[in-house]
Design a protein around this ligand. Structure first.
Ligand code: CA
Length: 236
């Protein structure tokens, strides 16, 4: 989805001028891309609300408002909820990458990166669009449960159910991966994200509460002894 004049519009959020300049130079060289630079998270949020952006390259290490926070804020705003985001990280540890992807980034590039590598990632991310677009539809309709994850509406046998944010995310993750076993660790990582102080037992507590609230549909969340949980697709 190219922006104005059929050119791809990329927003680079990076406080280090050398790096943002290099990215701008690299991406604009193709002739079909316009790069805007924001030196802070605040500026990025402002620019992204003012004009259509096709892709955001977001540095993890930003002063004041950090990259993760910016990423989460971008995801909560309708204009940028589905805009592809590539996170730049100076660290290559797996936890940083997981944290970035959990905050809503589509991909990450580790610094130092070569201009060629970055260009290739940008092209790949633009080509595939948001993973949501190829995933299961946001509305799940089962025998008892109807869950519209886009508008946060959950109903069992026509009666609306109120879930906490955590229960909602837990249900969404289970439904999106239905008929697959998800370990407690994976659920912790995906649903709780960076809150690493949480014990795996919390998953059991939340699943128990979620099952209770879902009534007849609660049976669809199956405990797989020794492994984790699985959301079973009900027979129609
Ligand atoms: Ca930086």
């Amino acid at each position: 989805m190219p922006g104005a004049n059929n050119k791809t519009r990329v927003l680079v959020v990076e406080d280090e001028k050398d790096i943002s300049g290099l990215i701008k130079h690299t991406l604009e060289r193709s002739g079909d891309t316009i790069v805007d630079i924001a030196a802070s998270g605040d500026q990025a949020l402002k620019l992204a609300s003012e004009q259509q952006v096709d892709l955001i390259i977001l540095d993890l290490n930003l002063p004041v408002l950090g990259g993760l926070e910016v990423c989460r804020l971008l995801r909560t705003r309708p204009a940028t909820a589905k805009t592809p985001i590539i996170m730049l990280t100076a660290r290559s540890s797996e936890s940083d990458r997981v944290v970035g992807l959990d905050a809503g980034a589509d991909d990450y590039v580790t610094k130092p990166f070569s201009p060629r590598e970055l260009s290739a990632r940008v092209r790949a991310v633009l080509r595939r669009g948001r993973p949501d677009d190829v995933g299961p539809p946001p509305i799940y309709r089962g025998e008892h449960l109807v869950a519209d994850f886009d508008v946060v509406s959950i109903a069992v046998d026509g009666v609306s159910v109120r879930l906490t944010r955590r229960e909602f995310e837990l249900l969404r993750h289970l439904v999106e991966n239905r008929n697959r076993v998800l370990s407690r660790d994976r659920l912790l990582e995906r649903v709780w994200g960076y809150d690493r102080m949480v014990e795996t037992r919390s998953v059991d507590v939340h699943v128990g509460r979620l099952r209770g609230k879902l009534g007849a549909a609660g049976k669809q969340i199956e405990t797989v002894v020794g492994l984790g949980y699985r959301f079973i697709e009900a027979e129609k």
